[in-house]
Design a protein around this ligand. Structure first.
Ligand code: FNR
Length: 183
């Protein structure tokens, strides 16, 4: 019964990646739940602020990561990498060094973009960050949904059948990955 924490790397109200995360949460396999954490209230990482104690939003993020069996990240690609909003949240999540509750936590990444590559370069560039944090990324299943403008309807529902199949496969593989790591 995996409990996932879902994080979108875009703050935009009509974000395709937020739509994709919502779709993944809605269609997660039987027994899998996805709690979505909004990164909007997370402040810029500042070691001076950290030294005075974690801000409320960061403490909530830490608690949500700690309570989850795995983390599902759905991110745009910005300039061939991940958005600063997401990297900032990952930096907070990685703290305190050596004792973060990210270490050993299963993680999987999806992306979507109006472009042809579906944000795959963001998925490549996030890998060293996640492994550097000690997270355990799922390999071999990664939904990268291209042509986002035509893949969602006006209500934000994913409509592309191929993308639906890939997302379903990744969620199933992630549940199996979490189970395998527990053994
Ligand atoms: C982009 N976009 C983009 N798309 C892409 O496929 N590769 C890229 O390298 C970039 N780079 C980029 C940089 C910046 C600063 C912005 C604002 C945008 C376009 C991007 O994929 C598009 O705006 C998406 O709609 C953003 O994701 P959300 O907000 O819809 O989830």
């Amino acid at each position: 019964m995996p409990k996932l924490l879902g994080i979108a790397g875009s703050l935009r109200a009509k974000s395709f990646n937020r739509m994709l995360l919502a779709y993944a949460a809605k269609t997660a396999p039987e027994g899998t739940t996805v709690e979505i954490f909004d990164l909007k209230p997370i402040p810029f990482f500042d070691q001076d602020v950290e030294a005075q104690g974690y801000p409320d939003a960061v403490a909530k993020l830490h608690a949500a990561v700690g309570a989850a069996d795995g983390v599902l990240i759905v991110t745009p690609e910005y300039n061939s990498g991940i958005p600063g909003v997401l990297k900032n949240a990952l930096d907070w999540m990685s703290r305190p060094p050596g004792k973060s509750n990210c270490a050993g936590k299963p993680v999987t990444v999806m992306s979507t973009s109006p472009g042809a590559s579906g944000g795959i370069r963001a998925q490549v560039s996030i890998l060293p960050v996640l492994t550097g944090m000690g997270m355990l990324p799922l390999v071999g299943a990664a939904a990268a949904v291209p042509n986002a403008g035509a893949s969602f309807d006006v209500d934000g529902n994913l409509t592309d059948d191929r993308a639906k199949t890939v997302v379903a496969g990744q969620l199933k593989a992630f549940a199996a990955w979490i189970e395998r790591l527990k053994r």
